[in-house]
Design a protein. Structure first.
Length: 87
């Protein structure tokens, strides 16, 4: 009967446990991001749209920084939560 007893929540406050969420998102979306960037960049190069290619690469680098620089997601999330008044 003890095996069927409910277990304690993962966090003592009963909130959502987001430990490791940023790392999970980074591991899941980063390779997908690289594939999409590669395919679109190759398309722009083959169609000889150099201006759009350069714009796309600048945007891809900016988005890539979010995925690959450590703690950017956490710092951004904390800043947004602080601006909204969430502790």
């Amino acid at each position: 009967m003890e095996a069927l007893a409910p277990t304690a929540p993962a966090t003592p406050t009963g909130g959502v446990n987001t430990e490791g969420l940023a790392e999970f998102l980074r591991k899941f979306f980063a390779p997908l991001f690289l594939v999409v960037v590669s395919v679109v960049a190759i398309f722009f190069l083959f169609t000889r749209e150099i201006t759009r290619f350069v714009q796309f690469i600048i945007l891809a680098v900016a988005i890539g920084v979010i995925f690959y620089v450590p703690n950017v997601i956490e710092v951004t999330a904390k800043a947004i939560a602080g601006a909204l008044g969430i502790k």
